[in-house]
Write a protein that binds this ligand. Sequence first.
Ligand code: AMP
Length: 475
Amino acid sequence: MSERHVLTQFTDLGLAKPLLKALAEEGYTQPTPIQAKAIPGVMAGRDILGIAQTGTGKTAAFALPILHRLAADRRPAPRRGCRALVLSPTRELATQIAESFRAYGRHLGLTVAVVFGGVKYGPQVRALAAGVDVLVAAPGRLIDHLQEKVANLSGVEIFVLDEADQMLDLGFLQPIKRIVSHLPKDRQNLFFSATMPGEIGKLAGDLLHNPLEVSVAPQATTAERVKQQVLFVEQVRKRALLAELFDDPNFKRVLVFTRTKRGADRVAKSLGVVGVEAASIHGDKSQGQRERALAAFKAGEIRALVATDIAARGIDIDAVSHVVQFELPNVPEAYVHRIGRTARAGASGTAVAFCSDDERNLLKDIQKVTRQTIPSFDRRNDRALGAATAAIPEPAAAKPERPGAGRHPHDAHRELPNALRNTRNRRRKAKGQGQQGQKSANTGGSQKRADNAAGASFKGPKRSIASTKPWSPLD
Ligand code: AMP
């Protein structure tokens, strides 16, 4: 019998009572496989080499035993420092990890702080000053704090490197080494990565001492769980094809991936044009904009969230109904990460990838890495799509990519995703609260123009996808 079957309940793992109470409140009774394997090892003080991707429950796999250990050996957090340090590649993931620590540790009275770039230094410096039990940090900003000597890592007892492969993809190898040089030699190390190419293996070898290896959900597992389809289509007709997908009401909460930030903005706009509420998130958006877009997506106020890989990494949104890859990623592993967004915590999901002729080589690499042939449908030379493409005006050219582009410091209202703003305005108008004249023309104008251009009842291409039978693009 496997270890998983022996340890089927959280109560079997010996976790402190306040943790079990918090888990019960979260509605979690059974550990996921990575949790069942990693938690006893971490509680016993072992180093861990975890091969697991987002969606496997790996955050709780380290957060729970860390909280347990910190609570079992209470001592003041070191000034300007922390007892447990978690490094995360992105701010979204850092925020989510910190939220998990807070949720699971809510009955323990331990402190948690988060540090990442793109926001003011002051509050982070103040949060660090007295010391915290758990610090979750993105590498760049943590190094700034170390340089300014407002952070001191000499008291770290437990060090977690999360999403190590993504860290290296983002060029964080040197920053990680620098941060590690500030840590005391005597510490516990937990290392998590979705993939283990040679470079990551070497970093793990340098960091870990006699690690317990825990591995779950090898890449093919996600690929097996998710229903996948590739649609061959001309690059210029992708917008129309995307609009067509949204004719299917089952496309409720859809994560759309693009390769570039500008591409994300353009795709979100083109969805807005055909009446699909959408917002984009990427590295040039302010923290406030990202949080609002995410909240609107989670609340079901918008149907589509268009994201670049980096912005989407680690976003923990349950019940993403579909993942659409508007462009294929350059790195085959990213394909697996993307489709995994619709199969959270063991659920199944549907992923559709668009592939233009110049992306065929990328598709070949993806199929090689995932050891599968993805069912494909040829939508090239499709008349309905041609007509629909002509009916959807090309969104206005985006402004050049630069940090903060398009932001207006005095108008928080502008930070709302356009589609959401339009929807809210429409709702307000429906309630008789709408403002007439110039203001409504400014906020709802593009929608109105698009409606006029395509006919007032236009809701995307006519070829709609039947919702009552399994979807096939050949229908
Ligand atoms: P992660 O891989 O850490 O991003 O977690 C993926 C999702 O699974 C998150 O939404 C968690 O809240 C959820 N989750 C984690 N552990 C469990 C569990 N034991 N039972 C049910 N859901 C869980």
